[in-house]
Design a protein around this ligand. Structure first.
Ligand code: BEZ
Length: 237
């Protein structure tokens, strides 16, 4: 304890995803072992039966196939119990219509975490924001179980799910093609190649001796990467 506030662990990018077993709306899961070979988005939401969370679940469920096509599975969590989760998801399907989405069935697992065991392990509890509700945390975990991206939003701010999809495509593009992706990158945009590692390479690049590169300066070179090539590698047929 520090200043009467519990200090919670914060997993970091590049580290193994903390291991846990949990009860979910789709049965028990063993995390991340059950997801080996897939990308996973593990995300928390503050509470069941709340409006922002409802809009998020409807959006995520509507986009689930799109994420699955990119070999990415979704796993949600809140510190509510299983029966609350079930009742909330049933209400969403039976009663809620929002922005043209209706009859939305959430088929990805939603973890019950009344004890906050998982939420605390993953740094989803932020007492300055709330002692009783998880913030909107997003952990992107790769097929080897390594945390690759972490994004946090406060209680009042719903996530941008197009951005989460872009993150999945960009991480896989970086791995597959050994490149980096610049600001606001989307498939089809130019990508960034590793900075020159020697004075000779820097000179060659500036002299235009490496084909297909466009160099703004010796440390900032881009190349074209075809959209169909990117999506052909990433998306399952
Ligand atoms: C919501 O999802 O609407 C919400 C949850 C907790 C605090 C504020 C809003």
């Amino acid at each position: 304890m520090e200043n009467n506030q519990e200090v919670y662990a914060m997993p970091r990018i590049g580290e193994k995803a903390p291991v846990f077993k949990a009860v979910t709306t789709q049965g028990e899961i063993n995390f991340p072992a059950d997801y080996s070979g897939s990308w996973v988005i593990l995300f928390s939401h503050p509470a069941d039966f709340t409006p922002v969370c409802t809009s998020e679940f409807m959006t995520f469920a509507t986009m689930e196939k799109q994420f699955n096509q990119a070999n990415c599975k979704l796993v949600g969590l809140s510190v509510d119990g299983l029966y609350s989760h079930i009742a909330w998801l049933r209400t969403i399907k039976e009663k809620i219509e929002y922005k043209g989405m209706k009859d939305v069935e959430v088929t990805f697992p939603l973890i019950e975490d009344i004890t906050m065991e998982v939420a605390k392990k993953y740094g989803m509890m932020m007492p300055g924001e709330s002692n009783t509700k998880a913030v909107r945390a997003v952990f992107v975990i790769d097929p080897q179980g390594i945390i690759r991206t972490i994004i946090y939003y406060p209680l009042s701010l719903g996530r941008n799910f197009d951005e989460l999809y872009r993150v999945i495509l960009a991480l896989q593009t970086a791995d597959e093609f050994k490149v980096a992706t610049p600001a606001d990158w989307r498939p089809g945009d130019d990508v960034i190649i590793s900075p020159a590692g020697s004075c000779g390479t820097a000179k060659d690049r500036m002299d235009g001796k490496e084909d297909g590169l466009e160099c703004k300066d010796w440390f900032f070179c881009t190349k074209k990467l075809d959209k169909d090539l990117v999506l052909g590698k990433i998306l399952k047929k």
